[in-house]
Design a protein around this ligand. Sequence first.
Ligand code: MV4
Length: 506
Amino acid sequence: MFKKILIANRGEIAVRVIRACRELGVQAVAVYSEADRDSPHVWLADEAYPIGSAPATESYLRGDRLIEVALRTGCEAIHPGYGFLAERPAFAHAVESAGLVFIGPPGDAMAALGDKTEARRTVKKAGVAVVPGIDWPVADLDLLKKKAEELGYPVLVKAAAGGGGKGMRIVWAAEELAAAFRGAAHEAEFAFGDRRLYVEKYLESPRHIEIQVLADNLGNVIHLGERECSIQRRHQKMIEESPSPALTPDLRDAMGRAAVAAASAAGYHNAGTVEFLFRDGRFYFLEVNARIQVEHPVTEMVTGIDLVQAQLRIASGEPLWIRQEDVRWQGHALECRISGEDPWNNFFPSTGRIEVLRVPGGPGVRWDSGVVQGSEVGLHYDPLLAKLIVHALDRPAAIVRMQRALEELVIQGVATTVPFHLAVMDEPDFRSGNYDIRYVEAHPDLLRRDPGDLARRAAAVAAALLEEAARLRALPLAPPDSDATGREWRRGASLTRPWRGSWTGR
Ligand code: MV4
């Protein structure tokens, strides 16, 4: 196992990786931008170093600085988290060239999967069903038109370098194709610097289901079942669960085998996710996400496997310690992404200070967060503040538990998606498990409903805590502790922060 690694990320995922490091006895080096000096990932790490100003392009996206900090501090590996540099083959290659281990797939496998048409060709050869479509990018409109006619409308024009919904255009009829082609090419050029496009049959109202895989460096590949990710808004997932209400054991098995075949064919190593569309009992390969994902905890809860620990073990060369037949799935897990967006105002990003934060607890409740009470929420990064995950014996019990946990949760000072989550937990189509990727748009009245007893009680608790916070703020500051360990006092509570290096290589 590594002795020391650098975490090239921030927020809840940086905290999550630090926790895995602690349990493995690995030293964790954090980095932070000017906006993140006082963030939990900085306090929790063994060492933390500044890497630049608030904009990600000047900090978390500066691969050169991250590698330099890793080398100077004696790290052996870099964990990229998700987002930022996690799926940039150039960064993975640069890490490898610097003699460090990239905690993720090999740069070459990542590059091959990044080209969505190449990914289609690779998994097709391995016998995996893909959405009907073409397997090579097309450069000219006439050829695209011909292919679209063959597939039959509606079709989806996609960026070859795409993923996550960028550079995608639904085309309902031939007349719209030219405009979609231009629009998608432009968007793809802007987003990926690559305007190549391809086309697939547009599958209407499918479910979005993904399979978690683990692949070691010796060729062993297993899957850990699925995550149901259909509750999304504008390609941002909002609620995930495992197992999917739509899968039977046979379908899970078939989908799992397909995912393993896809990962094997791609020469994939480490933790990865194989995305599928699912409709009418059939599933179709979409793409591979070459990273740890935001929603990985629901898989951890039902399998008992620590996926970040698995990433570190695999990257350090250990063989998989569990066989496919030993994977057991227990109970049901739900995750709500708590983000700083105002559901009452079209999910507009909200900023400010988290004045009050009361975190839920109790049986089967997990809180993965990058913020604490007092944190400032700005606009520089992704609005995700925390993830609330619950685990229970079955789906109905998990929903009740999530409602209970959401009711306990108090966040004051920044508008969050919590009211949305409370509304979904109470909504009949969600409760019956009968939903697809159009769920959010198909339920525009979610937040117009009476908030219900749970939300009312949560609001009453919030009001009481806000008063308590005001009383606390009126107290004088405790005197600073001169203890050399770096213990520092805040109003009302003590916080420890690690020694902060004075690395000024820049
Ligand atoms: C599709 C699709 C339907 N048909 N491809 C979205 C992100 C990227 N991973 C692939 N995505 C999709 N690809 C075909 N041929 C549906 C999605 C999709 C989606 C599309 C529109 C609005 C929301 C969506 C949510 C999940 C998946």
